[in-house]
Design a protein around this ligand. Structure first.
Ligand SMILES: Nc1ncnc2c1ncn2[C@@H]1O[C@H](COP(=O)(O)OP(=O)(O)OP(=O)(O)O)[C@@H](O)[C@H]1O
Ligand SMILES: [Mg+2]
Length: 241
């Protein structure tokens, strides 16, 4: 597992992070979260908590740099140095997403005419594993998450929501990243797949992957959680004058 750090190495240091959305049509600003600071070490699991709409997904997307924060730093210790994800160039973010930062959401963005097993094998092939070995590993993970063998060569665009999520998880978890972000990954899963996911997360944590997640049923991962971060319900709307 080339990406993983020794225990207690700092992976992430978030300092004074805030994100707001400007809603031009209403002429107001919604503050999704403010003043978020925390550190995360290799092998630590941070649970994000709070009611609907409090900013949990927005915080994960900001850490993944799908959103730019308004202020604050996201220091990430990667394979060859330290980088502020809040200010990193898009090209560096794209590279880090390929190799070091994973993100699992409830939704698979299935590409047309790519078989499930190829979607899952792709991260391994990109990392240099031979085609046959990558395919065998992909099939092992599809089986582990309970995707029926008949579907391995089919296109996930026609799969059910739960089946798509299983393909999504197999792809995201086949190779350990340094930092893994999870946004309600169990939402559409059956009991067997939930158990497979929890087992895989335990393995990744033991291997030194740093994890931050939102879970609809946090009880599923209770044994893995080291700390939690409760997002505040306070929402300030600044109305322009
Ligand atoms: N792209 C956006 N533009 C404007 N407002 C947004 C955007 N994304 C999120 N918001 C707002 O930010 C707030 C936080 O949303 P977010 O999705 O982060 O909440 P959440 O804590 O993940 O909720 P849930 O538990 O329902 O998933 C909400 O009020 C939402 O309407
Ligand atoms: Mg959410």
């Amino acid at each position: 597992m080339p990406n993983c750090d020794p225990p207690h190495a700092e992976v992430l240091a978030v300092e004074g992070l805030a994100k707001s959305f400007r809603m031009h049509h209403l002429d107001q600003t919604l503050h999704a979260f403010e003043g978020i600071s925390f550190r995360l070490l290799a092998g630590e699991f941070l649970l994000l908590r709070g009611p609907n709409g409090v900013g949990k997904s927005t915080l994960l997307r900001t850490l993944y740099r799908s959103y730019l924060p308004d202020v604050g730093q996201i220091w990430f210790n990667h394979a060859s140095g330290r980088i502020d994800l809040a200010r990193a160039a898009d090209v560096d973010i794209a590279l880090l997403r390929r190799r070091e930062i994973g993100f699992v959401t409830q939704f698979l963005v299935a590409r047309p005419r790519v078989a499930a097993q190829d979607i899952v094998a792709e991260p391994l092939r990109r990392a240099g594993m031979a085609g046959d070995a990558a395919l065998a590993e992909a099939q092992r993970w599809l089986a582990a998450f309970g995707v029926k063998r008949d579907l391995w060569r089919a296109y996930p665009t026609s799969f059910s929501g739960g089946e798509q999520q299983k393909v999504n998880l197999a792809r995201a978890l086949i190779q350990p990243p340094r930092l893994l972000l999870l946004d309600e990954p169990t939402a559409s899963l059956d009991v067997g797949a939930r158990a497979a996911l929890v087992a895989r997360l335990a393995e990744l944590k033991a291997a030194g992957v740093a994890l931050i997640g939102v879970f609809h049923h946090p009880g599923d991962v209770a044994a893995l959680i080291d700390r939690d971060l409760m997002l505040s319900e306070k929402k300030v709307f600044d109305v322009a004058v």
